[in-house]
Design a protein around this ligand. Structure first.
Ligand SMILES: Cc1cc2nc3c(=O)[nH]c(=O)nc-3n(C[C@H](O)[C@H](O)[C@H](O)COP(=O)(O)O)c2cc1C
Length: 306
């Protein structure tokens, strides 16, 4: 009998049973999936983005399918951090899976408010800062498009957070390495690469956007080659772990991300087709590793030959 494959990964001070996490915004607050999926078999998951106060989000339609992808304009709808702590966290504490809270705001102060509220609660292992948000204190530009704005935000969050702090980068930048290094120097413990790509789809009959907004974020298989390259570039430029996320649908996609330098991956859009995709991927990478005589999944990290 072949030895079981060791799928465990350690990202800074956080231990995961395997490298498959569910991505923010595609897995609710986790509890909504608990009747469909054994949450304990996932490496972990990232909650829907949480803001200091509840947000109603964007007008419908919020999703539009494109060739090989999905456009979304959800408008960061969420129940707000206080309701999350009151209503969702007590249910999540029953599971061993690692829960990361995705955090956003329209000013640095709002990010800090969310982190401070979560610091007072039990059940969250760490934070993932979504920096693909417009900074209303900084002329409306996204935090994540400028190394200085990124650095200042991460430094403030670092001061507020005792728990591990991940920073989720925007792919919509000229040079992701400068942003990655700014986040690392300001105290990020890991980097999630990356968020969605801005895109549009037009209904030619109505001459209007297919979404309730003019544009949205593109995700799904269409973006995988783009994000894979960003993971490769980022993981070579920083010492902290990189988590790859974009277009993963099958075990081979996971292995590609690991070979490009990712320590773990997140799966997003694929949940809309198959809510149990995360667990299928865990089984899939275990099988692939066995067939290829890989005893420990960490052996695959960054092995891309150049
Ligand atoms: C409907 C939807 C909602 C999302 N909401 C968030 C969010 O609240 N915060 C965030 O950081 N990323 C959010 N994302 C981005 C995903 O977490 C992920 O980075 C992206 O979709 C790429 O991965 P995928 O191709 O596997 O979906 C969302 C994506 C989708 C499709």
């Amino acid at each position: 009998m072949a030895q079981p494959v060791d799928l465990r990964v350690r990202l800074g001070s956080l231990d995961f049973a395997n490298p498959i996490l569910a991505a923010s915004g595609t897995f609710g607050y986790g509890v909504e999936f608990a009747h469909l999926v054994d949450l304990n078999r996932l490496g972990g998951f990232v909650t829907k983005g949480l803001s200091a106060r509840p947000m109603a989000g964007a007008a419908a339609p919020r999703l539009a399918e494109t060739a090989g992808g999905l456009l979304n304009a959800v408008g960061l709808q969420n129940i707000g951090v206080e309701a999350f702590i009151r209503e969702k966290l007590p249910l999540l504490r029953k599971y061993r899976t690692v829960v990361l809270a995705n955090v956003f705001g329209s000013t640095p102060g709002e990010y800090i408010e969310v982190i401070q509220a979560l610091e007072r609660a039990e059940g969250v292992a760490g934070y993932e800062l979504n920096i693909s948000c417009p900074n209303t204190d900084g002329g409306g530009r996204e935090f994540g498009v400028d190394p200085e704005m990124t650095g200042r935000l991460v430094a403030q969050a670092r001061k507020a957070a005792k728990r591990p702090l991940w920073v989720k980068l925007s792919p919509n930048v000229t040079n992701i390495v400068t942003i990655a290094r700014a986040a690392e120097e300001s105290g990020a413990d890991a980097l999630t690469v990356a968020n969605t790509y801005p895109g549009m789809a037009i209904d030619i009959r109505t001459r209007r956007s297919h979404l309730g907004r003019l544009s949205g974020g593109l995700s799904g298989p269409a973006i995988k080659p783009l994000t894979l390259k960003l993971v490769w570039e980022t993981s070579r430029a920083v010492r902290i772990p990189v988590i790859g996320v974009g277009g993963i649908e099958k075990a081979e996609d996971v292995v590609e991300y690991l070979m490009a330098g990712a320590w773990a991956v997140q799966v997003g859009t694929a949940h809309f087709v198959n809510p149990a995709i995360g667990i299928e991927l865990v089984k899939g990478i275990e099988k692939l590793a066995t067939v290829n005589k890989v005893n420990n999944i960490n052996e695959l990290r960054g092995v891309l030959q150049t």
